[in-house]
Design a protein around this ligand. Structure first.
Ligand SMILES: *Cc1c(COP(=O)(O)O)cnc(C)c1O
Length: 389
């Protein structure tokens, strides 16, 4: 038994605020009754603001992976070609899913240290004169690497090539933390999840869907049932769902939407930017290296930190968990044991960030990792000297 609060600083699931926990602590209601309809209607309508879209947002009782699958099967049939880009482990997993679903996925190779190269996408699309690629799929914020890609640039690459491919974007770890503009960036299918920027427990996921994607889904896509967008949209029009929704999580979502609105979405993004900057200053102060190599692509949701000799990250994480009751993200796949990830997204403030950074610095010392002292102090000075709005 450990006293005090556990520090859940993995990049999702994030800390669920007490307000959301309380909002969910209530009796389950009839999901075909009038009280539910009101909840469903307001949630479905207010979600649009968070996605910055006028089009429908579909909610699934599933983890983010479910919404990945929904995105693919509604508009793509086995044998269809898709263009995907390797920004890290999450892009890799989405590509593996495309393979399993029988899609012909071209995976543009990345180095796990930089984001989507829009020029390379433009080139691949320009060469595809027969328009065989039906979709371009990219991850906005790859949570394995702490890299945020420029989605507007990907949209421009598709437009410049005059290519009709749909643009699909995974925003599971960016929505509600890092600015994302579905309509302005012409994103046809957005994939999101509940347990990161939206501050909810795991269990809900989302697709925001453009008119173009809905039209493609009408007569196309793969055989599907549970994930079918059009089956959802019918009952959704009056606030209902075709099957039992995750009622309790939807009460939590109602509260999360209120919290984001009260703080103001743009203020939420600014807060994440400030905490991202403070974290990077601490890493620099420790003399350690950030995995993401391009400052324009630094993620404001998490920071992946390279170990001095590219080993021992898991031992360090264990030291920190055992000694200071804080969970940090593990290195995945190609960077296993080489990096640890500091989540700084969701329900978070300056003192929680300083607790996190102090925990890392104490862990580095206790685990005997070569570093310079005082990284946390650099972050502390930065936070003291800059306004938190
Ligand atoms: C967390 C995450 C996923 C996986 O979501 P699950 O809810 O675990 O299914 C996919 N993509 C990104 C970018 C993520 O951060």
């Amino acid at each position: 038994m450990k006293s005090g609060r556990h520090f859940l600083q993995i990049p999702g699931p994030t800390n669920t605020p007490d307000r959301i926990l309380r909002a969910m602590h209530r009796a389950v209601i009839d999901h075909r009754g009038p009280t539910f309809a009101e909840l469903g209607e307001t949630v479905l309508s207010d979600l649009k603001g968070v996605f910055k879209t006028k089009n429908p947002v579909i909610v699934y009782p599933a983890s983010g992976t479910g919404a990945w699958e929904a995105a693919l099967v509604n508009v793509l049939a086995p044998g269809d070609s898709v263009l995907m880009y390797e920004t890290g482990q999450f892009a890799t997993l989405w590509k593996k899913m495309a393979d399993k679903l029988g899609l012909d996925a071209t995976f543009m190779q990345g180095d796990w240290r930089s984001g989507v190269n829009a020029a390379a996408i433009a080139e691949a699309l320009a060469e595809d004169k027969a328009h065989t690629f039906k979709a371009v799929c990219v991850v906005h914020n790859d949570t394995a690497t702490g890299i945020t890609s420029d989605i507007a640039a990907v949209r421009k690459a598709i437009d410049d090539a005059g290519h009709p491919a749909l643009l699909m974007v995974d925003t599971i770890s960016s929505l509600g933390s890092i600015d994302f503009r579905t309509d302005e960036w012409g994103v046809d299918v957005v994939v999101a999840g509940s347990q990161k920027g939206l501050m909810l427990p795991p269990g809900l996921s989302f697709n925001a869907v453009s008119e173009k994607a809905l039209a493609v889904a009408k007569d196309g896509g793969a055989q599907r049932s549970y994930w079918d967008w059009h089956d959802m949209l019918g009952p959704n029009a009056s606030g209902f769902f075709p099957y039992t929704p995750a009622t309790t999580l939807l009460y939590g979502l109602r509260e999360a939407l209120d919290m984001l609105a009260e703080e103001g979405l743009e203020n939420v993004f600014d807060r994440h930017t400030r905490h991202g900057e403070a974290t990077r200053k601490a890493v620099e102060g420790w003399g350690l290296e950030i995995l993401c190599q391009n400052p324009d692509e630094y993620s404001n949701a998490l920071t992946a930190v390279l170990m001095p000799d590219r080993k021992g990250a898991d031992a360090l994480r264990k030291t920190i968990l055992d000694g200071f009751d804080m969970s940090l993200g593990t290195g995945l796949n190609k960077v296993a044991d080489q990096v640890f990830r500091i989540g700084h997204l969701g329900d978070f403030n300056d003192l929680m960030l300083m607790g996190t950074l102090c925990g890392v610095e104490m862990g580095l010392q206790r685990a005997g990792v070569a570093h310079e002292k005082g990284g946390a102090q650099v972050a502390l000075d930065f936070l003291a000297q800059t306004d938190n709005l």
